[in-house]
Ligand binder design. Structure first.
Ligand code: ADP
Ligand code: MG
Length: 322
C-alpha cells in the first residue's frame, strides 16, 4: 500500500463515521439499528450509481455525493416517506482523499437537510460504484403507490423537465449552449433536488406517484401498467426552463418525454382535488403543473396544445436495450 493513501478503516472513520442521532445504533457494529415511530411502516429503496452509466467522470465529487443520495431520497419522496437513515456501499479505485473529502461533503450536506443519517455501509477497492439504500417511514398503509391511477384522474408533474437530458446532449456534442446556460442545465443533471416535502404533502391526496428517473414516457408507462390504465399527455403543458424552451421543437420533446434523470415527481389525483394539490404544492414550496389525464384502456397518447397526436418514437431508458 502506498504511504500517502489511507487504509480502509481509517477512511471509514474519517469520512463516514458520524454519530447517530436518531438511529439506535449507527456505524461501527455489525448492524445498524433503527426503529420507526409507533404505527409507522419502513419504506426501503436502493439505487446504484455506476461511472459511465449514471454519471460522467467529469462530475465534481461533491455533486456526485449529492446525487448518489438525491436519487435515493427521490424514491422515498415518490412513496410519500419521511427519510430516516441510509447505508452506503462504496467501491473505490483508490483511497483518494481529494475525492473522498468533497464527496462526503456533498453527501452529508444533503443528508443533513433531510434529517437522513448514514448508519452503515461497506467499502471495497474496485471500479467506482456507489450503492445507497435509504430507509424512510410512513403511516402504515399510506404509501403512494404506482397502482392507484384511475380513468379521469389528472396527471401532474413537479418542477421542470428535460434540462438534465439537454445537458447530456451538450456533453455528447449534439447541442451547444452559452456557458451560463450550460452551467444551469448541468446543475439539473448533477444536482437534482429530491421532492421529499412534496411527497409528504401528497399523502392522502395523490392516487399514484412515481419519480422520473428514466424519462416521462417510460416512467408513466410503469404507472399505467401497475394501475391498468391508459393516459394522455399534453406535451405543450409540460413545464420546462427558458433554456429548453429556446431549443428546436423536436429536441424539446425528446428531452421532456424521454429525457431521464429529472428526479421530479409524476403523480395523479382526482379532478375534484385540484385546489388541494395546488395548496399541498405551495405548502411544500414546490412548483407543480397539470399535464394530462388518465384514460381507460392501456394506450399512451401524446397530444399538442390543439389536441393533435404527436409521434412518439422514444422509449423509456432501459439499461439492457439502450
Ligand atoms: P463487516 O466486516 O462486519 O462487514 P466492515 O468492516 O465492512 O464490517 O465495516 C465496519 C463498520 O463500518 C460497519 O458498521 C459498517 O456498516 C461501516 N461501514 C463500512 N463502510 C462504510 C461506508 N462506506 N459508509 C458508512 N459506514 C460504513
Ligand atoms: Mg463489510
Amino acid at each position: 500500500m502506498r504511504a500517502d493513501m489511507i487504509g480502509e478503516f481509517e477512511l471509514i472513520e474519517k469520512y463516514f463515521n458520524r454519530p447517530a442521532r436518531r438511529a439506535a445504533l449507527g456505524v461501527g457494529d455489525d448492524c445498524a439499528l433503527i426503529e420507526p415511530d409507533p404505527g409507522m411502516q419502513l419504506a426501503i429503496s436502493c439505487d446504484m450509481l455506476v461511472e459511465g452509466r449514471h454519471f460522467l467522470s467529469t462530475v465534481a465529487p461533491q455533486r456526485l455525493g449529492h446525487k448518489a443520495l438525491a436519487v435515493n431520497l427521490s424514491d422515498l419522496a415518490a412513496c410519500g416517506a419521511e427519510p430516516l437513515a441510509f447505508t452506503l456501499a462504496l467501491a473505490l479505485p483508490r483511497a483518494d482523499e481529494a475525492f473522498l473529502a468533497p464527496f462526503a461533503q456533498g453527501l452529508f450536506a444533503l443528508a443533513e437537510r433531510h434529517g437522513c443519517e448514514l448508519v452503515g455501509g461497506d467499502t471495497t477497492a474496485g471500479p467506482l460504484n456507489l450503492a445507497i439504500t435509504v430507509f424512510g417511514q410512513l403511516p402504515a398503509g399510506q404509501a403512494l403507490l404506482r397502482s392507484g391511477a384511475r380513468p379521469g384522474h389528472d396527471i401532474w408533474v413537479s418542477g421542470r423537465l428535460g434540462d438534465a437530458r439537454l445537458a447530456l446532449e451538450v456533453f455528447r456534442g449534439r447541442v451547444s449552449l452559452p456557458g451560463d446556460e450550460f452551467e444551469q442545465v448541468r446543475r439539473a443533471m448533477e444536482c437534482p433536488e429530491p421532492r421529499v416535502a412534496l411527497g409528504l404533502a401528497l399523502r392522502g391526496l395523490a392516487t399514484s406517484a412515481i419519480d422520473l428517473s428514466d424519462g416521462l414516457v417510460g416512467d408513466l408507462g410503469q404507472v399505467m401498467r401497475r394501475s391498468g390504465v391508459g393516459a394522455t399527455i399534453e406535451v405543450d403543458a409540460l413545464p420546462r426552463s427558458d433554456i429548453l424552451a429556446a431549443q428546436g421543437p423536436l429536441l424539446q420533446r425528446e428531452c421532456l418525454l424521454a429525457g431521464g434523470d429529472d428526479y421530479e415527481l409524476l403523480f395523479t389525483a382526482p379532478r375534484s382535488r385540484r385546489e388541494a394539490v395546488l395548496e399541498a404544492a405551495a405548502a411544500a414550496n414546490t412548483e407543480v403543473s397539470r399535464c394530462g389525464t388518465i384514460d381507460a384502456g392501456e394506450a399512451l397518447r401524446v397530444v399538442d396544445a390543439r389536441g393533435a397526436v404527436v409521434a412518439m418514437p422514444w422509449q423509456g431508458y432501459d439499461h439492457f436495450r439502450s
